[in-house]
Design a protein around this ligand. Structure first.
Ligand code: FUB
Length: 314
């Protein structure tokens, strides 16, 4: 009996310390296109906000939400920290974003539909804090559809992802159908030089760049319905070696949109699915988090999407 009680006490103490996040991580709101940033011991998770009522038509997205956490299990809700109306030159569609810090300022790169230039565009807002308030940094778009001519579609300038290399040089990656990147000037609000295309197979959208050790990783949504694929390089400018599928099609959603971070010594794959109860779907997505594991050669193990989610880093 004494042994049983001791075992029970040990089990409940493990349960108490290893709280599960449970996927999707936010039940009360539909979230999409996660972009996480680690800053001063806190994870700031910026997401799109799916508001389509019947899940039968198209995306309805007006603002971007922010959540923060110091353990990735318990999240503080900051609400909407940026709205498409904050860009006077835009006319809606708060699609994927990415926030990054440089020299004490926080730059919020976003996808929005341009009001006067046909198609989607990339804007950038800036704040002194990760929680905002964010203000349009330029008063105009950073990238517009007429600046890129590789495809005739008008949604090929979406999904910005920023990477700052070890030498301080910042890059912006973006695109649908044709992956692109350019250098950013030190002020983070102007392109610095030409727009380059990237040679990777079956690219759809949702580029994300991260580095581990001396390897650069370029992950992206591939095909449609989307799987997340990835490529590796020894340089941020490539060439990129295709390494295969990282995550399979997400439940009940043809889009998947990943963000990858390291936090307190563990690696995480953050993505969305359409699996939220009771009304999840293609236009009512919800963000989930699962662990990411590396092989000894630096390649990535395929993500296992779970309902249980992650435990807090100890
Ligand atoms: O959320 C709208 C669009 O769906 C994003 O820009 C894409 O990455 C896909 O997730």
């Amino acid at each position: 009996m004494r042994k049983f009680v001791a075992t029970l006490a040990l089990t409940s103490s493990i349960c108490a310390t290893q709280a599960l996040a449970e996927n999707p991580i936010f039940k009360e709101v539909r979230t999409a296109d996660p972009a996480a940033m680690v800053h001063n011991g806190t994870v700031y998770l910026y997401t799109g906000h799916d508001e389509a009522k019947d899940n039968k038509t198209f995306f309805e997205m007006h603002d971007w939400l922010l959540f923060s956490s110091t353990d990735m299990v318990n999240w503080k809700r900051h609400g909407a920290v940026l709205h498409t109306d904050d860009f006077k030159w835009a006319k809606g569609d708060a699609w994927a974003s990415h926030v990054i810090e440089k020299n004490g300022k926080f730059y919020f790169y976003t996808t929005v539909r341009h009001a006067s230039i046909n198609g989607f565009a990339v804007g950038v807002a800036v704040a002194d804090n990760p929680t905002g308030p964010f203000k349009d940094a330029l008063g105009k778009a950073l990238i517009t559809n007429d600046m890129t001519t590789q495809t005739s579609i008008d949604w090929d300038d979406i999904d910005p992802a920023i990477f700052i290399d070890d030498d301080g040089q910042a890059y912006i990656f973006w695109g649908n159908s044709v992956p692109k990147y350019a250098k950013l000037k030190d002020n983070m609000i102007e392109l610095d030089g030409p727009i380059h295309t990237i040679d990777i197979p079956k690219f759809t959208e949702a580029l994300w760049v991260h580095k581990k050790g001396d390897n650069y990783y370029l992950s992206y949504a591939s095909g449609f319905p989307e799987k997340i694929a990835y490529a590796m390089s020894k340089s941020i400018t490539g060439p990129w070696e295709y390494k295969g599928i990282l995550n399979e099609v997400a439940g009940n959603s043809p889009t998947n949109h990943q963000s990858i971070i390291e936090f307190k010594g563990k690696d995480y794959f953050i993505y969305h699915t359409g699996a939220a109860e009771p009304d999840g779907g293609e236009f009512r997505r919800a963000v989930s988090i699962d662990p990411l594991y590396y092989n000894p050669d630096g390649s990535l193990k395929r993500v296992v999407m779970t309902s249980e989610g992650i435990t807090a880093p100890q």
